[in-house]
Design a protein around this ligand. Structure first.
Ligand code: HEM
Length: 485
């Protein structure tokens, strides 16, 4: 079932729509990364005359854009691989692509034209208290974009579940027969992970719909002001879910592609089933660690947040990391670019995960909350985790579709740039966080002199990370060839 070599037998239309999704990612990622470079440049103290509202507009676009881009790239790549076993709808994918493009245009207008600077989770009631910094239409464009993207991604994730349901019962798709010992079909890990992930996405998107309805009722229906704590709970439920599930999309690619290189199958067993079902139960509550500082939050929810944050990281991460090591150890695998990036991605997930667990410990959070430790940990499991996994997956597909021989020496240079540049940037965030440098400061005050210093040093590493350009060039070229074929 795990026959990854059969890439070129995929329906041509599925390949086509996937390549368009890849194009979206390959174009938007470097643009959004340059916005990151701009922020670090301003934080280093260069161009000090730049009005701070520009920093916040750029930060909002960078954050929302990155989270969105990697979510769609992950879902598209996972759907492509899933099409070996089930048939997700191509029409739905095309419609989602069109609606995503519309959402991106609205977000760009709201931030770069309207100077909306609410941050990626647009915490209520900030979007409505601009004090003249951004116009009302920018707030409307933000919520309009969220509505468009929310509908598109709900339908898309729902369609993946529909496709899975066309072949497996829900209990089978979640692998329960492996636990009960009853007869049932062989279910590849990617089907189980996709089922868990898409259920999670739908739960998160329901929260987003409730937010939009509550805010819509307040603004348009003349309702009374909303409860800010309720909206904060819903917002973080939605945001945290989307971010966590994006990780799982990346992990699904690792399970499906890695065996092609190691020559060892990665089969579903009771441990895999148990871990992913535990994730499904716990991921619903892990968001609560974002609200430790909210004294009005009921205490039992804080305890639940602490427990689920600790426990959710164990099953999937440990099983996946351990299995990746077992799969690669003495497998005589050639370290070409795709498996290297997949492997590095799993390790980045592990490192970022440890930093996240540290931050989700209530006593530590009291010191680290809103310091650069927060961007440090999520950039680690994003940039050095899921992004590398997806880049590896995309490169694997591009090479398989064109059968072009890889220049392994060049690949190693590329990977070295990403590792040294990426971890150098991460270190600048971690050291600043441990030194109490606050996050989301357009310019640092005298009291945190290490802020500009570390931001300045990080510029060198971000430029090194620019080795990504080689990857983009190579992969882009291969994808265009595949599209023309
Ligand atoms: C070369 C790559 C990148 C650079 C240089 C970069 C840089 C930055 C910087 C400087 C900040 C502001 C930190 C602060 O003071 O709070 C930031 C925030 C953020 N970044 Fe990145 N980043 C990169 C890649 C990514 C990736 C791959 C993702 C996600 C997939 C991402 C998601 C975010 C998010 C969600 C925020 C928070 C925005 C907010 O606080 O509203 N970044 N990034």
């Amino acid at each position: 079932m795990n026959d990854v070599a059969a890439t070129d037998t995929y329906p041509a239309q599925m390949t086509r729509v996937t390549l368009y999704w890849v194009a979206v990612g390959l174009v938007l990622f470097p643009v959004l990364a340059i916005l990151g470079l701009v922020m670090r440049t301003l934080q280093a103290g260069f161009f000090a005359a730049t009005p701070p509202e520009w920093f916040y507009a750029v930060m909002t676009l960078h954050g929302l854009g990155m989270v969105g881009v990697w979510f769609v790239a992950g879902l598209a790549a996972m759907s492509f691989l899933l099409a070996r076993y089930v048939r997700p709808s191509l029409t739905v994918s095309w419609i989602a692509l069109g609606m995503t493009a519309l959402g991106v245009v609205m977000l760009v207008a709201a931030t770069l034209v309207g100077k909306l600077g609410v941050g990626w989770y647009f915490l209520y009631p900030l979007p409505f208290f601009s004090e003249g910094t951004w116009p009302d239409w920018a707030t409307a464009a933000l919520f309009g974009a969220l509505a468009v993207l929310g509908v598109a991604w709900t339908v898309w994730s729902g369609d993946v579940l529909r496709a899975i349901a066309g072949r497996y019962r829900l209990s089978e798709a979640l692998g329960w027969h492996y636990l009960s010992g009853r007869d049932g079909p062989d279910v590849p890990p990617i089907v189980i992970i996709a089922t868990v992930s898409c259920i999670g996405v739908l739960a998160g998107l329901v929260a987003a719909v409730v937010i939009l309805l509550l805010i819509g009722w307040e603004v348009l229906g003349g309702g009374t002001a909303n409860d800010a704590l309720l909206i904060k709970n819903l917002t973080f439920y939605f945001g945290h879910m989307l971010v966590n599930i994006t990780m799982y999309f990346g992990v699904a690619l690792v399970y499906e592609i890695m065996p092609a290189y190691t020559g060892r199958p990665w089969k579903t067993n009771t441990l895999v089933v148990l871990s992913w079902n535990t994730v499904l139960a716990l991921v619903m509550f892990a968001y609560l660690h974002h609200l430790y500082m909210d004294f009005a939050q009921p205490r039992w929810l804080q305890v639940l947040g602490q427990l689920s944050s600790y426990l959710v990281s164990v099953p999937a991460a440990v099983v996946t990391i351990f299995s990746t090591l077992v799969l690669t150890y003495r497998s005589q695998m050639g370290w070409s670019l795709a498996p290297t990036l997949l492997y590095l991605g799993v390790m980045g997930w592990a490192i970022g995960g440890v930093a996240a667990v540290i931050d989700s410990t209530i006593t530590v959070n009291q010191a680290f909350h809103n310091t650069l430790w927060v961007p440090a940990h999520f950039h680690t499991y994003y940039l050095m985790g899921v992004v590398l996994m997806i880049l590896g997956g995309v490169y694997h597909l591009a090479v398989a579709l064109t059968s072009e021989a890889e220049n392994v020496k060049r690949s190693r240079v590329m990977a070295a740039h990403l590792v040294v540049g990426g971890y150098g940037l991460m270190l600048s965030f971690y050291l600043a966080g441990a030194d109490a440098v606050p996050r989301r400061f357009a310019a640092y005050p005298m009291e945190v002199a290490n802020g500009p210093l570390l931001a300045g040093i990080s510029l060198v590493f971000i430029i090194l990370f620019g080795g990504l350009g080689l990857y983009l060039w190579d992969t882009g070229r291969l994808c265009v060839r595949a599209l023309r074929a």
